[in-house]
Design a protein around this ligand. Structure first.
Ligand code: SF4
Ligand code: SF3
Length: 536
């Protein structure tokens, strides 16, 4: 196997024997083959000029296939193999040339062997490989957001069209480095469009997020813990459980569900349990009730008693965990989870108190006068965008220390699970404006961009980089790659990216990013604070 798509890749260069995430060589190979087949479908769709609107179900299957290969989303070889066979069937129904690998007659072992020829290392030139993979990872993130939007009935054929075009082009040997850099920027632009679509889907369905206090302690009743990003799954579960004596808690990236007005009417939704994804091994043992993963990030559950309580749905999967499929109307029956909760013990308390969030664009605009005033009077000196992902590496303590040492006249803008490093620190407020403004999930980084563009307009600036905003972003998986490309496409410069730069960036591609966009890594907290805030 060879995989270097996430921040925790072995030695910062690539997982070769086993994934640090727990992905084994068989699953890695099957995922490579799935991506390869999806790319060949894209090639046919583009070359044969197939009308996107005539293949809606296929568009969705392509998007789901990409999503299934995101870090920590799906570890189930059976699920990936089934998806390979499904996509190969689609490909063969399109393909009239007959020169494609005969997937449907091949057994698992043959599929794994086929993957050896199509994995990451099949591109020899390291710079081309680096750019191809960066685009592919950005597309995976984009597809994840696209899936959440279509689950709520929001689609845009221009996005599907782009996904096909980009997947068809990315392995085209006629494209040189400059072409691939241009395609990366286009991917970023479409990332903005996709996050905007998901924002529309979420806000039109559930209302605009508003400032909300979320309890982090526990109640007396047994509970269901819901993780991942899919709000539609959350709503379906809350509807099914609303008359039961069972509590529902959010976990990790599901925390922002509390911020939406429509979710507030569900009395069973009582709080958030635990922290970012990587702490789940310890925390799930103490939760006692069933856990539903609507997307990544799953940490392979070693403990049999925990595994029995884990359910997956959508693109997520883990061998030995029950997967809940939707029926032909998109309905998911969560009764098995609810029944299990009824016989479970209540969760053990990990902590108590509250956290505050809900500062997506509409809520921040409602506070705009206050915020502009605070900037003009100097009460707020600087905003630091610290969104992104959290992860296991010790070096990520940097972000907690950075938040703690941040001068009191600076405000953190955040989104994604990176916030768990500092959202419980009680950093106070500035004239009633909390010093940690949490917009929501990683896709709500879109809100942070909208806020920046609005401030640029209010302060009548020519360039987004003239704003008193610094970017100190933490990345882990491929959704962070699309967020990064989206920010670059909006012209944001001088982003600090940590805790390490991506292993998939070759030295030359890193130079391109440094020269054109001023991207840098992180160093020591004090040094970075001085550079970003000019504290001295
Ligand atoms: Fe390694 Fe990350 Fe790939 Fe998992 S997703 S195999 S940790 S690079
Ligand atoms: Fe987190 Fe996995 Fe990326 Fe959506 S849940 S931000 S890491």
């Amino acid at each position: 196997m060879f995989c270097y798509q996430c921040q925790e890749t072995a030695c910062g260069t690539g997982c070769r024997k086993m994934g640090v995430c727990g992905k084994n060589p068989e699953v890695a190979a099957l995922q490579d083959l799935l991506i390869h087949i999806v790319k060949s479908i894209a090639d046919i769709v583009v070359k044969e000029n197939i009308k996107i609107e005539s293949i809606n179900e296929i568009n969705k299957s392509v998007v789901k296939s990409m999503f299934m290969t995101i870090t920590n989303a799906n570890f189930d070889p059976d699920a990936i193999e089934n998806q390979i066979r499904k996509m190969a069937g689609i490909r063969d129904s399109f393909c009239r040339s007959g020169d494609m690998e005969p997937i449907n007659d091949a057994d698992r072992e043959s599929l794994v062997r086929m993957a050896e020829k199509v994995g990451v290392l099949s591109t020899e030139n390291e710079d081309i490989r680096s750019l191809r993979e960066m685009i592919t990872y950005g597309l995976k993130g984009l597809c994840a957001y696209c899936e959440h939007a279509y689950n709520l009935g929001f689609e845009d054929n221009a996005i599907y069209q782009f996904i096909y075009e980009a997947l068809a082009k990315v392995d085209d040997d006629n494209l040189g480095e400059d072409d691939l850099v241009a395609l990366s920027m286009k991917t970023g632009e479409m990332g903005v469009k996709t996050m905007a679509l998901l924002d529309k889907a979420n806000t039109e369905t559930y209302g605009n997020p508003e400032m909300t206090k979320v309890k982090i302690g526990v109640g007396q009743r047994a509970g269901i813990l819901v993780s991942g990003h899919d709000l539609n799954d959350m709503e379906m579960l809350l509807e099914q459980v609303k008359d039961e004596d069972v509590d529902v808690y959010t976990h990790s990236e599901m925390l922002p569900a509390h911020y939406y007005p429509k979710f507030k009417k569900y009395k069973n939704l009582v709080g958030n349990y635990g922290n970012a994804w990587w702490k789940q091994t310890e925390e799930f043992k103490k939760f006692n009730g069933p856990i539903l993963f609507t997307t990544n990030c799953i940490v392979p559950p070693r403990d049999e008693s925990v595994r029995k309580r884990i359910f997956t749905t959508g693109a997520a999967g883990f061998p030995g965990c029950r997967h809940i499929e939707e029926n032909e109307n998109g309905y998911k029956d969560f009764s098995e989870i609810i029944e299990m909760a009824k016989t479970s013990n209540p969760p053990e308390e990990l902590e108590s108190g509250e956290i505050v969030g809900g500062f997506a664009h509409a809520q921040v605009f409602a506070l705009a006068d206050k915020i502009v005033d605070a900037v003009k009077t100097g009460a707020i000196r600087k905003f630091i965008v610290m969104g992104g992902c959290d992860g296991r590496m010790k070096s990520r303590n940097y972000y907690e220390e950075f938040a703690k040492k941040l001068p009191k006249d600076c405000v953190i803008l955040t989104a994604g699970c990176a916030k768990y490093r500092y959202n419980k620190l009680n950093l106070g407020d500035i004239n009633g404006i909390p010093r940690v403004l949490d917009a929501g999930q990683c896709n709500d980084s879109y809100s942070l961009a909208v806020i920046a563009l609005k401030l640029k307009e209010i302060f009548e600036l020519q360039d987004i980089n003239e704003l008193p905003i610094a970017y100190n972003i933490a990345w882990y998986e491929q959704k962070a790659v699309i967020v990064l490309l989206a920010l670059l496409s909006l012209g944001v410069k001088n982003i600090h990216l940590g805790p390490t730069l991506p292993g998939f960036l070759s030295p030359n591609v890193t130079n391109v990013l440094v020269e054109n966009f001023g991207i840098t890594g992180i160093s020591q907290v004090d040094k970075d604070l001085e550079m970003m805030i000019q504290t001295s």
